[in-house]
Write a protein that binds this ligand. Structure first.
Ligand code: FES
Ligand code: FES
Length: 163
């Protein structure tokens, strides 16, 4: 075990971690940030997506010790400073971009990374970007809608047939 320190959601945080401890487990069990979900633990579902130094990363595919000293953002860090929902989070709520909600933290983190590099993505670009995030409730249509709405685009034309 070794003490691992990183900046999480703007705060310096530390916890003990084994060499094999995944970042997802470190965040959830070491730091108590259970908003990062673990769906598969095999880098397939995207539920565990966080940002590491500004890049979207599946936290079950990274060792905590390997990102010591990095700046990590989790879903807990996505709200506005006053605690209100961010524009992207609000869009997920407004456009019913979640059903059971299990995939939602990863979807929001992946979408936020996309919008940070592409402020006005097309529907195809959003769908392509979210390919690594699986929603078992098959709610992709409204998730895509939410991401486009968050970027200020008219979502009226998105057809259900595109699901
Ligand atoms: S839990 Fe990490 S990709 Fe599924
Ligand atoms: S809302 Fe249930 S898995 Fe996506």
């Amino acid at each position: 075990m070794a003490k691992v320190t990183m900046t999480v959601n703007g705060r310096t945080m530390s916890a003990e971690a084994e060499g094999r401890t995944l970042l997802s487990d470190f965040l959830r069990q070491g730091l108590g940030l259970t908003g990062t979900h673990v769906g598969c633990d095999t880098s397939q579902c995207g539920a565990c997506t966080v940002h590491v130094d500004g890049l979207a990363v599946k936290s079950c595919s990274v060792l905590a010790q390997d990102v010591a000293g990095a700046a990590v953002t989790t879903i807990e860090g996505m709200a506005n400073p006053d605690g209100s929902l961010s524009t992207l989070q609000q869009a997920f709520q407004d456009h019913h971009g979640l059903q059971c909600g299990f995939c939602t933290p990863g979807m929001v983190m992946s979408a936020a990374a996309l919008l940070a590099e592409n402020a006005a993505p097309t529907e195809a670009e959003v769908r392509h970007h979210l390919e690594g995030n699986i929603c078992r409730c098959t709610g992709y249509h409204n998730i895509v809608k939410a991401v486009l709405a968050a970027s200020g685009q008219d979502v009226g034309k998105i057809g259900i047939a595109a699901e």
